[in-house]
Design a protein around this ligand. Structure first.
Ligand code: M6R
Length: 606
């Protein structure tokens, strides 16, 4: 939700901290703030502003003092509105300790009451401010040892947090901690970084360290110390980041979303490489597929829609019952789960709190956990028995596009592998589907070459109050995904329905001119005929129908042609025009494409 960055080293800290915030702004953009340390004992330099990072940048004057260490924060507000005062960093009453936080402190009310009773004065409405006061007292109790103080207070905090703190008396040091929220260390040469995500420091170093649950990290320009909450020193698990800074830049595109839409052929190819004939050995050796009698897919938003497509593929190819669950609902209904359940969390970020908590629930009840994730070293894969990494590269736009395409590919691969392992499908079928999958990058490329007319078409509906999406079979989750993209980007009412469900109620929504997008099943199939009837039904009630189809749709007002593909694979192609429509609609309505209102890329609170 929030983006966090810390820098200590030889450079002037303002520049890497601001640069880190720019790269992390996708995580939250309600306010931004920076704190820098100066000479030992000198007051901290702090600036924070409500609104986007550009507001903070605009407020910076050329006389920002030179500093070699600092922390920065971009906020997605939870407790307290997006104001200057509620923006992070928060300071202790002496103004010597600054703290930033991502997550939610669930016991902040009690903490605040106790701290106020001890004489602490609060300025903001945030849960975070309790932590800085608590840390201030703990630091004094530990004779100025900030890391020891951090370890102590983490044991008192409930909820989820990544915390970074600096103190004016020890200007080169930054201390961080994490529980259920991400924090990575960037290992530099005479400089070190802390951040929510490696994107913050990728331009400076490709060396990163993973930080585990309930760990505290203490960095200076020349040292990195990681401990558990009892102070035991833990070994470093260093890895090299596999992409470079250009992957996290717009590279000539007007928006990250557009770039990411166009990166889909490569993302699909990268996710398929070496896997069409079977899953990675690291997966097959870690899981006992023979013991599986039920699959449960848990995910949120777009990833949930990929899971719904996965249900069709896995049930058909592997003959195993599959439930697809909203992660936020799963653990609160005492689901039936045991050692014969294979739980598949799907997550681009690997940090979505709802998904993480659902997965932990399943794991403690004995399930095997096999995650599908796009972010190396993030919490969900770290806590899984096995992981299938999608290789979409960094996805920066809040609206997910290329991650969805690769999650679909992951679902197909899992379905084929399970089907083969269980003897439901033949090796010949797997080879045939492998060939079909391998053709997808070129077919997506073909779709992308023909989307230009969508620009004008979309603008025709820019003042519509609502848009409906219809699909059948795997076209239904695709319809849901199209509707989600439009809501998220165009702030327009949009809903996806199974074509056959319309007559049971939703058809009452159709009025003269209502735009309806129909995702047509493969031309010539039985379902294509049924869907053609659904198109006639809405047309008869005044709808304007835009069909996405691999064949002609005579009743539609507009047809967006896509190449033919195996019916299960069609969502990979049909979703592309839906992404483009949502993108164009956001532009037509003057909305912020990459950072839509009220949202954040990585939802690290429940
Ligand atoms: O990182 P995750 O895949 O776990 O995120 C799940 C959802 O929050 C995410 O897909 C969200 O729905 C997207 N912004 C939709 O475009």
């Amino acid at each position: 939700m929030c983006g966090i960055v810390g820098y200590t080293g030889k450079s002037s800290a303002l520049s890497p901290v601001l640069e880190g915030l720019r790269r992390l702004e996708y995580r939250g953009y309600d306010s931004a703030g920076i704190a820098l340390t100066l000479k030992p004992g000198a007051p901290l330099w702090v600036e924070k502003r409500a609104g986007k990072l550009e507001n903070l940048e605009g407020s910076l004057t050329p006389d920002v003092p030179k500093s070699h260490s600092g922390i920065g924060h971009t906020r997605w507000a939870t407790h307290g509105g997006p104001t200057d005062t509620n923006a992070h960093p928060h300071l202790d009453n002496e103004g010597k300790l600054a703290l930033i936080h991502n997550g939610i402190i669930e016991n902040y009310v009690e903490l605040r009451a106790a701290l106020e009773a001890k004489g602490h004065t609060f300025k903001s409405e945030t849960d975070t401010e309790s932590v800085v006061h608590l840390l201030s007292d703990a630091r004094k109790a530990h004779n100025g040892d900030l890391a020891a103080a951090m370890r102590d207070i983490c044991q008192e905090l409930r909820g989820s947090f990544t915390l970074l703190a600096i103190h004016s008396d020890d200007p080169e040091r930054i201390v961080g901690a994490r529980r259920n929220s991400p924090l990575v260390v960037g290992v530099g040469d005479g400089e070190n970084f802390l951040a929510s995500d490696v994107a913050a420091f990728i331009a400076h170093t490709k060396r990163a360290l993973e930080l585990g649950q309930d760990e505290v990290v203490d960095i200076t320009p020349s040292s990195i110390t990681i401990t558990d909450l009892l102070g035991n020193i833990l070994p470093h698990n260093e890895y090299e980041i596999s992409w470079d800074a250009s992957a996290a830049e717009r590279g000539g595109y007007t928006h990250f979303m557009l770039k990411e839409i166009y990166e889909q052929p490569k993302a699909i190819l990268d996710t398929l490489i070496g896997r069409t004939a079977g899953l990675d050995a690291s997966i097959t050796s870690a899981l006992n597929f023979e013991a599986v009698s039920k699959v449960v897919i848990i995910a949120c938003g777009t990833a949930y829609h990929a899971g719904l497509v996965g249900k069709y593929a896995i049930e058909k190819w592997a003959g195993i019952p599959v439930d697809v669950e909203y992660a936020s609902e799963y653990r609160y209904r005492d689901p039936s789960v045991d050692g014969s359940t294979l739980v598949i969390p799907i997550s681009q970020s690997g940090e979505t709190m709802d998904t993480l908590m659902a997965m932990r629930y399943a794991k403690t009840h004995g399930a095997q956990v096999f995650s599908v994730c796009n972010t190396n070293g993030s919490t969900i894969p770290r806590e899984s028995d096995a992981v299938l990494y999608t290789h979409a590269g960094p996805e920066i736009a809040v609206a997910s596009t290329k991650a969805f395409a690769t999650q679909l590919i992951a679902m197909y691969l899992v379905g084929l592998h399970l089907g083969l392992a269980r003897g439901v499908i033949t090796p010949e079928f797997v080879t045939q589907m492998g060939d079909e999958l391998s053709e997808l990058p070129a077919k997506v490329e073909q779709v992308l070459e023909t989307v230009e007319p969508l620009r004008e078409l979309t603008r025709k509906f820019k003042d519509s109050s609502s848009m409906l999406f219809l699909g059948r079979h795997v076209g239904f989750p695709t319809a849901l995904e199209g509707a989600l993209k439009l809501k998220e980007l165009a702030y327009m009412h949009a809903e996806g329905f199974p074509g056959g469900e319309l007559k049971h109620g939703p058809i009452a929504l159709i009025d003269q001119g209502t735009p309806v997008i129909a995702i047509m099943p493969a031309a010539g199939s039985l379902l294509a005929e049924k869907m053609a009837s659904n198109v006639q039904e809405v047309k008869a009630r005044g709808a304007v129908v835009i069909a996405i189809s691999d064949g002609p749709v005579p009743a539609a007002d507009h047809v967006i042609r896509i190449p033919s593909a195996h019916e299960f694979l069609q969502p990979v192609l049909s979703v592309v025009p839906l992404q483009v429509i949502a993108y164009e609609m956001a532009l037509a309505r003057g909305n912020d494409v990459d950072q839509p209102r009220n949202l954040a890329k990585s939802v690290t609170v429940e």
